[in-house]
Design a protein around this ligand. Structure first.
Ligand code: C5P
Length: 206
């Protein structure tokens, strides 16, 4: 069983992916961490985000066992991730790793932007999670404050809008629902209600 969850920044797909995976006893991969890790490596090495060959090499050298979610989820990292995520060679370098994860015995839940369209077009279940930009910014801002980061709601909203625009407009694997994806708008739903709705979609798919 492969469950593909896609959607824009802070739509709730990560939390849903994690909870669905735990409930269904499947492995879970937050694929945004891969792009964040590539951007983080380049910046930590004093480099820029615009050298496609260097970025692709960093992507090829990624080891998913060493990803540190805490370090990668800070403000600013999402923006850097979306810059290198638009580079076709970076995306190509990460395809096999994601497909291997998806095809492990027992199955998996993957969340990202192109899981249902590019990485796992034959996934058994595809959910496309959305929410208004304002509601997503409100949630993400709350997360940052909870972690002691100093950032304003307006900055978070601007980051989310910029990322939405970049992720949707890029030529390679743009953010969009697969034709056979079920849409789940979480604007008015709390985590529990969103989880129940997502689980109902999975169960309906058999
Ligand atoms: O999901 P998250 O916000 O952590 O993703 C960070 C960035 O990585 C996104 O804005 C997007 O540009 C990129 N990404 C992607 N494809 C994925 C997952 C993330 O392009 N499957």
């Amino acid at each position: 069983m492969i469950v593909a969850i896609d959607g824009p920044a802070a739509s709730g797909k990560g939390t849903l992916g994690k909870r669905l995976a735990a409930h269904l006893r499947l492995a879970h991969l937050d694929t945004g961490l891969l792009y964040r890790a590539v951007a983080h490596r380049l910046l930590a090495a004093g480099g820029t985000l615009d050298d496609e060959a260097v970025a692709a090499e960093a992507a090829r050298n990624l080891d998913i066992r060493t990803l540190d979610p805490e370090a990668l989820r800070g403000p600013g990292m999402g923006e850097g991730a979306s810059v290198i995520a638009a580079l076709p060679a970076v995306r190509a370098a990460l395809v096999e790793l994601q497909r291997d994860f998806a095809n492990q015995p027992g199955g998996a839940v993957l969340d990202g932007r192109d899981i249902g369209t590019v990485i796992c077009p034959d996934a058994h279940v595809k959910v496309f999670v959305t929410a208004s930009a304002e509601e997503r910014a409100r949630r993400r801002h709350g997360e940052f404050l909870g972690r002691g980061e100093s950032v304003t709601y307006e900055e978070v909203l601007a980051d989310i809008r910029a990322r939405d625009a970049r992720d949707t407009a890029r030529a390679t694997a743009p953010l969009r629902p697969a034709e056979d994806a079920c849409l789940l708008d979480t604007t008015e739903l709390d985590i529990e209600a969103a989880f129940r709705a997502a689980l109902a979609i999975v169960e309906a798919a058999g």
